[in-house]
Design a binder for this molecule. Structure first.
Ligand code: WQD
Length: 342
C-alpha cells in the first residue's frame, strides 16, 4: 500500500519524502510545480538512492484529481502539503489562496471518502492561533483559535474545520493536524532545501540570498514591536526535524495508534527568536556579516508566537533537536550549493 504526498516536491514535502524513503514507506508524489522544481527529485535520489514516483497534477483540477484516484487505488494514507503559504502574498492575493488551498483540500477529501482512504496528515500552521494574548504564550494545542491575521492563516483555520466536519460525517476517516511554526534550513547534504521561485517571502531564504549577493539588503519588517529588541518573534524549527514528525504521524495513523479520530500537534522548538536574534545566529554560524535595515512592519504579520511542544514531545516521542545556528548554517550551505550548481 502507498502513501500519497501532495506537494511532495515542495520545501517541507521534499524533506519529508527523504525521511519516508529512509523509513521504507512506498510513495507517490503529486505536485503542480507552482512553487518548486522537478529537479528536487534528483536531489532526493542523491540522498536516498531512490527517485520517487512523481505525477504533475494540479489538485484544484477536480476531473484530473478524480481520474488520478480512480487509477491509483492502492493508496492507504495521504500527507497533504500542497498549498500556498506566504502570509504577505495572501494579503495581496486572497482569492488565489482561498481557491488553491481549499479546493485542493476538498478534492482530496472527496476522494478519501470515495476510495475509503482512511488516513490523513494535514499540513497546518501556527498561523491558526492569530496573535495569541501575551499571557497565552507559548501556545498549546488548546490555545484559543483567534481571528487569523492573514488569508493564508484563515485558509488553514477553514481547512481544519472542513476536515473535522468531513470526519464527523465519515467515522472511518482519521487525521492528524501538524501545526508548523516557522520551518527553516536545509538537508545536511545540501541536495535539497528551500528554493522559493522569485523574490523570497520568508526570512531565511532572504537572509541567505542577501548574504550571497543576490539581494542587496535584508529589510527587517518592524523594529517597534512590543518585544525585547523591537523585532517580531517566531519559533524557527529545522525542516528535517519537522519532516521526521510526519513519518511518526503517518505511521501512527496507519498502525491505528491515534487516540482520537483527529489529533493536533504543535511542531516547533518551544523557543521564541526575534528577527535580530535570527540574523545574529546566521552571522555567528556562517561568519558572514549581513547587510540589513529596519523598515516598516509588513501587513499580515503578527508580533510574536512560539510553541509549547510538550504534547508532541510526550505523545509522539518527537522533539526538535537541531540548534538555530546549525540550522542557519544548513541554509547557508544550501544557498552556496545551488548558486555554484547554476
Ligand atoms: C518571519 C519573520 C517577518 C522576511 C511563516 C510561513 C507560514 C507559516 C508560519 C507554516 C516575520 C520577518 C521576513 C523579510 C523580515 N509556516 N521578515 N524580512 O510570516 O512567520 O510565516 O511561518 O505554515 O507558512 O510563511 O514567516 O519568514 O515570512 O517571517 O523581517 O524579508 O521575519 O516580518 O516577523 P511568517 P516569514
Amino acid at each position: 500500500m502507498k502513501v500519497l504526498i501532495t506537494g511532495g516536491t515542495g520545501y517541507i514535502g521534499s524533506h519529508t519524502v527523504v525521511e519516508l524513503i529512509d523509513n521504507k514507506n512506498d510513495l507517490i508524489i503529486l505536485d503542480n510545480l507552482s512553487n518548486s522544481s522537478v529537479d528536487v527529485l534528483d536531489g532526493i535520489k542523491k540522498i536516498t538512492g531512490k527517485k520517487p514516483y512523481f505525477i504533475k497534477l494540479d489538485l484544484t483540477d477536480t476531473k484530473a484529481t478524480n481520474d488520478f484516484f480512480d487509477n491509483n487505488t492502492d493508496i492507504e494514507a495521504i500527507i497533504h502539503f500542497a498549498a500556498y503559504k506566504a502570509v504577505n502574498e495572501s494579503v495581496e492575493n486572497p482569492l488565489m489562496y482561498y481557491k488553491n488551498n481549499l479546493i485542493s483540500l476538498m478534492n482530496i477529501l472527496t476522494n478519501m471518502n470515495k476510495h475509503d482512504i482512511r488516513n490523513l496528515v494535514f499540513s497546518s500552521s501556527c498561523t491558526v492561533y492569530g496573535q495569541p494574548d501575551k499571557n497565552n504564550l507559548p501556545v498549546t494545542e488548546n490555545s484559543p483559535i483567534k481571528k487569523a491575521n492573514s488569508p493564508y492563516g484563515n485558509t488553514k483555520q477553514i481547512s481544519e474545520d472542513i476536515i473535522i466536519d468531513t470526519l464527523s460525517a465519515n467515522k472511518n476517516l482519521k487525521a492528524i493536524f501538524l501545526r508548523y511554526f516557522n520551518p527553516i534550513g536545509a538537508h545536511k547534504s545540501s541536495f535539497i532545501g528551500e528554493l522559493p521561485l522569485g523574490v523570497p517571502n520568508n526570512l531565511v531564504p532572504f537572509i541567505t540570498q542577501t548574504a550571497i549577493g543576490i539581494r542587496k539588503q535584508l529589510n527587517v519588517f518592524g523594529g517597534d514591536y512590543n518585544t525585547p529588541d523591537g523585532t517580531a518573534i517566531r519559533d524557527y524549527i529545522n525542516v528535517v526535524d519537522l519532516a521526521k514528525a510526519h513519518v511518526i504521524a503517518i505511521n501512527r495513523l496507519i498502525n491505528n495508534k491515534n487516540k482520537s479520530q483527529y489529533e493536533i500537534f504543535n511542531l516547533g522548538t518551544g523557543k521564541g527568536v526575534s528577527v535580530l536574534e535570527a540574523i545574529k545566529a546566521f552571522e555567528k554560524s556562517t561568519k558572514v556579516k549581513l547587510n540589513y535595515k529596519i523598515v516598516d512592519r509588513r501587513p499580515g504579520d503578527i508580533e510574536q508566537v512560539w510553541a509549547d511542544t510538550s504534547y508532541a514531545n510526550s505523545e509522539l516521542g518527537w522533539k526538535a533537536e537541531t540548534s538555530l545556528e546549525d540550522t542557519m548554517l544548513s541554509a547557508w550551505n544550501w544557498e552556496k550549493y545551488i548558486r555554484n550548481k547554476k
